[in-house]
Design a protein around this ligand. Structure first.
Ligand SMILES: Nc1ncnc2c1ncn2[C@@H]1O[C@H](COP(=O)(O)OP(=O)(O)O)[C@@H](O)[C@H]1O
Ligand SMILES: [Mg+2]
Length: 356
C-alpha cells in the first residue's frame, strides 16, 4: 500500500487554538511514517489557511503558547479541495482536523470536507454540531436512557424581554447552579452561581459567548472520563480516568484545565468494576446516540449515591500525548501512534456521510 497523505490541520479560530497546535505537534511526532505522510496545515486565529513545514514553524503568542503565523504561505481550501499558493492540488488522501471548538469541532469544517469529497478523521457534520451544543445533545442522551443534570436554557431574547420570569425559573431549579454557554469549550463563560445576586452576571457572561445560556443544577460528584474509539466500525470504551481539581478551584475551569497544574488525573479511576462497567456502557451509548464516528471523550459525574450522570461528549478532545484521550487509551493498551493509525484507517474505510 502506498503511503497515505494526511493533512494535519491545526490552530483555528476558537479559544483552543494553542491547545490544537500542541496536539498537532504530538501527532506529527507519533504518526507512523511507514503508513502516512503528514502534511501540516495551520489555520490562523483569523481563519487564514497556511502551509507549514513542521511544528518549528509555529509562532509564539503573548501567553507563550504556540500560534499559527499569518506570514506562512497561504493554502486555498474550497469545495474543489486543497491547493497551495501556486494553485497546485495538495493531493491529500484524508484530513485530520485536530481542531477544537468553533469552526473545528462543530460540523462546519466537516461540511467543507464532505463538499470536497475528502475523507476525514472523526465525527460527521450532524454528530459534531449536536455534540457541540449541550442544549441539543442533552435531550438525546435522556432519550437513550442516560441521566442528565436538570436544567433550562435561557435565550438572550427572553432574558431581555422577561428577565424576572427567567430569574424565577432559575431560582426554581435551586442554587447552586452552573451557567454556561450552550456551545462552551474549555469552561469559557462558565460560572458557578451560589447566590441570587450572581445570577444576572453569570447569564450575561454566558451570553457573551452564545445567545443561549444553559443553566443546570450543580451536581455534587466526581468527574470521570471515558475515551471511545471506533475500531472496524464498532465503538470501544477505554478504561476510565478521574479528574480531581484541587483548591482554590471550585470546578474544572480554564486555569485548572491548562494553566496551573492544580488537577490530578487518576488512571484507572478508583471505582468498583460495576460502576466502571456502567460508565463505559454509558459512554458507548452516548457515542452511538449522537451518531459519532472515530473518537469521542465522554465526561460524567459520579454522585455519592453512585448515580452516573453524563455531562458532555467532545468529538475532538484534547489530543496532545499528555491529554486525557491518548492517556486513557495508553492505559487500555493502545499507544498514541496506534490510535492515530486507527483513526486514519476508520476515516479511509467508512462511507460518506451524505446520502445521495
Ligand atoms: N451541572 C454541573 N454540576 C457540577 N459541575 C459542573 C456542571 N456543569 C459544569 N460543571 C463544571 O464545569 C466544568 C466545565 O463544564 P462543561 O459542561 O464540561 O463545559 P466545557 O465544554 O467548557 O468543558 C466541568 O468539568 C465541571 O467541573
Ligand atoms: Mg467539559
Amino acid at each position: 500500500m502506498s503511503k497515505k497523505r494526511v493533512a494535519i490541520i491545526c490552530g483555528g479560530r476558537s479559544s483552543e487554538h494553542s491547545i490544537s497546535c500542541i496536539s498537532a505537534k504530538g501527532v506529527l511526532e507519533a504518526i507512523d511514517r511507514n503508513l502516512f505522510e503528514p502534511i501540516l496545515i495551520g489555520i490562523t486565529l483569523r481563519g487564514k489557511w497556511v502551509a507549514l513545514k513542521s511544528a518549528d514553524d509555529f509562532g509564539v503568542g503573548s501567553d507563550g503558547l504556540p500560534i499559527i503565523p499569518d506570514t506562512a504561505p497561504g493554502i486555498n481550501a474550497d469545495v474543489h479541495g486543497l491547493k497551495n499558493a501556486e494553485g497546485a492540488p495538495l493531493a491529500i488522501d484524508l484530513a485530520f482536523p485536530l481542531l477544537h471548538g468553533a469552526y473545528g469541532e462543530d460540523g462546519t469544517i466537516q461540511g467543507l470536507f464532505e463538499m470536497a469529497d475528502i475523507p476525514y478523521v472523526g465525527s460527521g457534520v450532524l454528530a459534531s454540531s449536536v455534540a457541540m451544543d449541550k442544549t441539543f445533545a442533552k435531550p438525546i442522551y435522556a432519550d437513550f436512557g442516560l441521566a442528565v443534570a436538570d436544567g433550562i436554557t435561557v435565550h438572550q431574547r427572553d432574558w431581555i424581554a422577561q428577565r424576572e420570569l427567567e430569574i424565577a425559573k432559575i431560582k426554581a431549579l435551586g442554587l447552586p447552579v452552573f451557567v454556561k454557554p450552550a456551545r462552551s469549550g474549555s469552561s469559557r463563560g462558565t460560572t458557578k452561581v451560589k447566590s441570587d445576586s450572581e445570577i444576572a452576571p453569570a447569564i450575561e457572561e454566558a451570553h457573551r459567548h452564545d445567545p443561549r445560556a444553559m443553566v443546570e443544577v450543580a451536581i455534587k460528584g466526581r468527574e470521570i472520563e471515558c475515551a471511545v474509539l471506533e475500531i472496524n466500525g464498532k465503538a470501544h470504551a477505554s478504561v476510565l480516568g478521574e479528574i480531581r481539581v484541587h483548591e482554590p478551584h471550585e470546578f474544572y475551569d480554564f486555569e485548572a484545565k491548562y494553566l496551573d497544574g492544580s488537577t490530578t488525573f487518576d488512571v484507572p479511576a478508583n471505582v468498583t468494576p460495576e460502576i466502571a462497567r456502567a460508565i463505559s456502557d454509558a459512554a458507548v451509548t452516548a457515542f452511538e446516540a449522537l451518531g459519532c464516528e472515530g473518537l469521542a471523550r465522554v465526561d460524567f459525574f459520579l454522585t455519592e449515591e453512585n448515580q452516573v450522570i453524563i455531562n458532555e461528549l467532545n468529538t475532538m478532545p484534547g489530543f496532545t500525548s499528555m491529554s486525557v484521550f491518548p492517556m486513557l487509551w495508553k492505559a487500555t493498551g493502545k499507544s498514541y501512534s496506534e490510535i492515530i493509525t486507527q483513526l486514519c484507517e476508520s476515516a479511509l474505510t467508512r462511507p460518506k456521510n451524505v446520502i445521495r
